[in-house]
Design a binder for this molecule. Structure first.
Ligand SMILES: Cc1cc2nc3c(=O)[nH]c(=O)nc-3n(C[C@H](O)[C@H](O)[C@H](O)COP(=O)(O)O)c2cc1C
Length: 185
């Protein structure tokens, strides 16, 4: 009789073939690599390439949930939600947060860590009006935010499971980067 463990063990973790990330070729600016991977995910027709796991801090514990990224500009990675939601209250108390993107068809994951800023009321209202469920009433509780990145970790899965990871850390206006050598699964 097949156990759940056997079923899970038989599932492939990653597709074949996988793209390669050469750390020597990593650009100075992580936004460039992010844009390249994001555009690849969009162009190749991956489902919901703009969905990510957004993690905020509830007291001592990290709490994650799926959100949609709405835009990316010089202020950061935009997302929107209700200010009075749990995540809204958590951001209010502690603006540190992260986003994890997982593009399964290319075996790629990116973690973006930083600080959340609320964007303007006008932009929040525009975002609210663009929702399919908009009925014409304004919603002062709806808020557009930007996660201003301080760190990025790019992971490219490899078939030998020796996944390639490149980490970027911001120092004021510039970024440093290098490979991450701790075990990657
Ligand atoms: C694919 C997907 C996209 C979602 N996008 C959003 C979003 O953009 N904004 C949002 O507030 N909730 C979104 N949700 C719902 C959240 O995951 C979450 O359940 C909800 O916001 C309440 O979270 P909270 O109680 O931690 O604040 C999405 C859920 C899924 C599955």
């Amino acid at each position: 009789m097949s156990t759940l463990r056997d079923q899970l063990a038989a599932l492939p973790s990653f597709p074949h073939p996988l793209p390669v990330l050469d750390p020597e070729q990593a650009p100075e600016d992580p936004h460039e690599l992010f844009s390249r991977w994001f555009q690849d995910a969009i162009d190749s027709g991956q489902r919901q390439p703009h969905a990510m796991t957004f993690t905020s801090i509830d007291g001592e514990a990290a709490v994650g949930r799926t959100l949609i990224v709405k835009d990316i500009d010089e202020r950061g990675f935009h997302f929107s939600t209700h200010r009075t939601s749990r995540k809204g209250q958590q951001i209010e108390a502690n603006p540190r947060a992260s986003m994890i993107f997982f593009w399964r068809e290319s075996g790629r994951q990116v973690r973006v860590t930083g600080v959340v800023h609320a964007l303007s009321r006008e932009e929040s209202e525009r975002d609210w009006q663009a929702r399919p469920s908009y009925t014409g009433s304004p919603n002062p509780d709806w808020q557009l935010y930007a996660l201003e990145p301080r760190e990025f970790e790019f992971m490219q899965a490899r078939e030998d499971r020796n996944h390639t990871r490149v980490e970027y850390i911001r120092h004021g206006p510039t970024w440093s980067h290098g490979t991450v050598d701790t075990p990657a699964g």
